[in-house]
Write a protein of this length. Sequence first.
Length: 264
Amino acid sequence: MRAEAPILIFDSGVGGLTVLAELRKILPTAPVVFAADQAGFPYGAKSEAEIAARVAGLLGRMSERYRPRLACIACNTASTIALEMVREVLEIPIVGTVPAIKPAAALTKTGSIGLLGTEATIRQGYVDRLEAKFAQNKTLLRFGAPGLVRAAEAKLRGQTIDAEAIANAVSGLRDQPGGDQIDTVVLACTHFPLLAEELGSAFGSKVTFVDGAEGIARRITSLCDGQTFATDAPSLAITTGPLDRFMPLAPLFADHKIDQLDQF
């Protein structure tokens, strides 16, 4: 393995920064390519076929250009739909991001769990299988909250957060039968932890939030065990969208040791 080979982190937008933040705690000097498919954003309202083709195609081209040691799909929607296809296409390890139903089931005291994701994520059979395997004796209530994705992106840019998006997400779970018993909420989108403060205020202090960012970072680290990293290898962030709309995020990427922003 080349010491300068980067870790590729792929997301529809920049919610994957929550994964990068955890990864930097463990591998602070590892070269990283953070890829934001802003030209395809958001994924949540797209068809499964469209998402699968787009993610597999982009990751294939990015792997050819950047030669990563592994790739992480830091997007629940893309992972639940395209993970197996990407693993068949690419000859590098692929780390996916799936709803953290297992730890949520272990944490809940009331047995009632809420799951917030995109519309595409919550309807996937992958989620059904996770529920059947890890939350058989629990109540899992799902709600598609695409407004939270844009709210999170707005927060990162210092823009006003849509309070209605927060309120809709809360009522979407609470108003379901048994929703008043929810004490644990799975944030099944890497964007959503960016709104933990706002969601916490709206749900109340008795609700615990669970996401997969820390576990994903640990999985990436385990796959890199024994490998060396070139400390002088550059890290960069790339976008499939207009570069001028990406550049305002430069200070955020700089906080995670990425100083170069390019268009893919």
